[in-house]
Design a protein around this ligand. Structure first.
Ligand code: MN
Length: 738
């Protein structure tokens, strides 16, 4: 195989045998480092692992030492390297976390704790268990991103020494690594670690295919090397006259990626064309583009295969130019062009940010990868279903990405299928919450619009907008999902609180008592305690949700001889009592109208606009009367307190007999005989009963009729209006709001 990596990371292949080897590796990038903490960690670890032997036959300390060396290869800070040395002590030895904390301080203790927690997760084959496990892993990682790096280094060394494990363990660990750790390494930008993990996994996951592919590559190795040299020389010759200082490396792509290509296209190795990849490393961005120009004049680029990740970096900060060309002999070759700095970030990802810093914290702006992990933790806190979470983690790590622009020309990256809502939440929570639409390249689009590569996105907001549960059906990013869930949850809580408070006050009023007098003091505190309620608000919320009845509260707090102001009806439950008090039109919500997030909530239809099934409606929590239902275009509804607004909807297929609604129609016609008869016939044909009619004539020979009719729903009403308008002599038919 030709040289695989153009970076200093190739040193990672050299084993570290002693503490002095490790020191040397650290001093190589951090000459002035005070290594006493490393020395101390090594001694602590060696002591703790005393007598333990690895399956390879080496003393156990060889493993933590190698893990520390991998971390040093990534030029991490001393805390991380010390953690590498200590990472197995709490789990596998008599040492405790308190010991670590006392000896090494809280930061290292936290790091060791995080790694230990991840190690203790037993990954099971059952999907359900795995979801739960990943949740735990993400939570353990979330506290300090360096936990991930130490864990990845640990896993890398275990994979490198997997040949000493039993067969069944090998394939289980390989699968787990392939499914979880390798994508994770890729997502936080450590490509060199990702590709090494993938190839190691491949070897144990599909040994047959792995060795077959190895052999095929070996067979053509000499030829491949000649080809690589040929390309390198041609490029070098072309760049010679430019004076640009550059390095060029060529290699076969890693085995796993070749195998994946074969799988995806169902082809043999011989049919995989773009097996060779070249990398040109230069000193400046302008040189990258200059080199690209030269290379494109050497070989014909394949249209659509040029990618400019310099102008539009990936979410994990990866930057490079990629182009695929028809190389010598008609073979496809891929060439990547990047600066030294970009190469460092591509190889080390998140780890690159600790460079030359001793106890460096990574900063917000330099580590989008860390943000991604943090988002994942937030997401984890709001999602209930472990499978859903696992799905998201997997898709977030694998999904292909699109790039869109802000109005200022900044680039943002999103998973494919993202919408303006995802975009809005990525900018700011408030922008997401108030988002009503977007202007894409100047054209107005709805919230569900699917963002396309290169779109310029400008969010349109409205002060009265609120996130809705329905948004969860189309948003893609975790950030948007968790923010919407949080809003909906808080909103339901807030509304239940208002409703619960009203219900309690009303119940007290029935006994001529004021609630405020009783909702304090010892008796009330005891009540809260007995019901397991933490606060008065919690009580209101439970009552608002219908989970708790105020009846019990009254019994406990009012004096025994309290008389109801109204006739007593002991045999009916509280909700039924309130029902009776309400107007005849009051219905339980589940009969005609569904009230969002609340069960068994009382509703009544507002007289002002008198909505019927099929009308677009809104609900408002009213004092003591449950939720009043208005038509959404009702002017009265606009005047109500918008804080009390709730989402409501008609229960379809539930318009049973006896649930017909009365509406008023105004019909203006010429005053000609027989018209009233035609109108009543039309109603009869439509199956509509007339409740009352009132007719008057005007001076200009017109008749104005007011009908009260009972209808099932708006479609029946609209059909009737349509038929009425066909009658000769009728000038206009309208539904009256008041
Ligand atoms: Mn370990």
């Amino acid at each position: 195989m030709p040289d695989l990596s153009p970076t200093e990371l190739s040193s990672s292949q050299r084993p570290v045998k002693t503490l002095e080897d490790l020191f040397e590796r650290i001093r190589a990038y951090y000459p002035q480092a005070d290594l006493s903490i490393i020395q101390k960690a090594y001694e602590f670890s060696e002591n703790a692992h005393e007598g333990q032997i690895r399956r390879s036959g080496e003393p156990y300390i060889s493993h933590p030492l190698s893990v520390a060396a991998i971390l040093a290869d990534y030029r991490l800070d001393l805390d991380s390297i010390a953690t590498g040395l200590l990472h197995d002590t709490v789990e596998d030895t008599h040492a405790t976390l308190e010991d670590i904390k006392r000896e090494f301080g809280p930061t290292i203790a936290n790091l060791v704790d995080g790694v230990t927690k991840i190690s203790q997760i037993k990954f099971k084959n059952s999907i359900e268990k795995q979801g739960e496990n990943i949740r735990k892993m993400i939570v353990a990682m979330g506290k300090d991103v360096r936990v991930v790096l130490v864990k990845l280094a640990d896993r890398l060394h275990n994979m490198r020494t997997l040949q000493f494990m039993q067969f069944e363990k090998q394939s289980r660990i390989a699968m787990e690594t392939l499914e979880i750790y390798a994508p994770l390494a890729g997502r936080i930008g450590i490509n060199s670690l990702k590709t090494e993990l993938e190839d190691l996994c491949f070897r144990y996951y599909r040994p047959d295919m792995y060795y077959q592919l190895m052999q095929k590559i070996k067979k053509t190795e000499a030829e491949t090397n000649r080809y690589i040299d040929d390309v390198k020389q041609t490029v070098a010759k072309s760049l010679e006259k430019t004076g640009i200082k550059f390095e060029i490396y060529g290699r076969s792509k890693h085995l796993w990626s070749i195998y994946r290509k074969m799988q995806a296209r169902n082809i043999d190795y011989e049919q995989v064309f773009d097996v060779l990849a070249f990398r040109v490393i230069v000193n400046s961005v302008s040189e990258c583009y200059e080199v690209l120009g030269h290379i494109h004049s050497l070989w014909k680029p394949i249209p659509g295969r040029f990618k400019d990740f310099i102008a539009m970096p990936k979410a994990n900060n990866y930057q490079s130019l990629h182009t695929t060309l028809i190389g010598p002999g008609g073979d496809r070759i891929e060439i990547q062009i990047r600066t030294r700095e970009m190469n460092l970030i591509a190889e080390r990802g998140i780890a690159a940010h600790w460079r030359y810093k001793e106890r460096g914290e990574i900063t917000e702006e330099t580590s989008q990868q860390a943000n991604w992990l943090r988002d994942l933790v937030t997401w984890h806190q709001t999602v209930r279903n472990p499978e859903e979470f696992l799905d998201t983690v997997k898709t977030e790590m694998m999904e292909s990405e699109i790039y869109v622009f802000t109005p200022n020309g900044d680039v943002k990256e999103f998973p494919e299928g993202s919408t303006p809502v995802d975009f809005a939440y990525s900018v700011h929570t408030d922008l997401g919450n108030k988002c009503v639409g977007a202007r894409i390249n100047g054209k107005i689009v709805p919230l569900k619009y699917v963002l396309q590569n290169g779109d310029t996105v400008e969010i349109i907001t409205s002060k009265t907008q609120e996130p809705s549960k329905d948004w969860l059906k189309f948003v893609k990013t975790n950030k948007a999902k968790s923010k919407i869930r949080l809003f909906v949850k808080e909103e339901q809580r807030r509304r239940s609180l208002i409703l619960g408070k009203d219900l309690v006050e009303k119940e007290f009023r029935k006994f001529g008592a004021a609630a405020v007098r009783y909702l304090k003091g010892e008796a009330f505190e005891t009540y809260l305690k007995d019901e397991g309620l933490g606060s008065i608000d919690e009580m209101y919320i439970k009552i608002g949700y219908g989970k708790l009845e105020p009846k019990n509260l009254i019994e406990r707090l009012l004096p025994k001889n309290s008389e109801k102001v109204e006739p007593k009806t002991d045999d009916v439950s509280f909700m039924e009592k309130v029902m009776k008090n309400a107007t005849q039109k009051t219905r339980k919500s589940h009969s005609l109208v569904a009230v969002d997030g609340m069960s068994d909530v009382l509703i009544h239809f507002a007289k002002c606009c008198n909505p019927i099934p099929g009308d677009s409606i809104v609900g408002f929590i009213s004092r003591g009367r449950g939720v009043s239902i208005h038509r959404s275009d009702c002017s009265k509804a606009f005047e109500l307190d918008q804080m009390r607004k709730v989402d409501v909807g008609w229960n379809s297929g539930n318009t049973a007999a006896g649930q017909e609604r009365i509406v008023r129609l105004k019909i203006v016609s010429h005053d000609v005989p027989g018209l009233l008869k035609s109108m009543s016939e039309t109603f009869a044909v439509q199956g509509i009963n007339i409740q009352s009619a009132n007719i008057r004539t005007t001076k200009d020979k017109k008749a104005v009729c007011h009908f009260e009719i009972s209808v099932k729903d708006s479609s029946q009403l609209n059909q009737a209006i349509f038929e009425l308008q066909k009658i000769k002599g009728i000038l206009g038919v309208s539904r009256e709001m008041h």
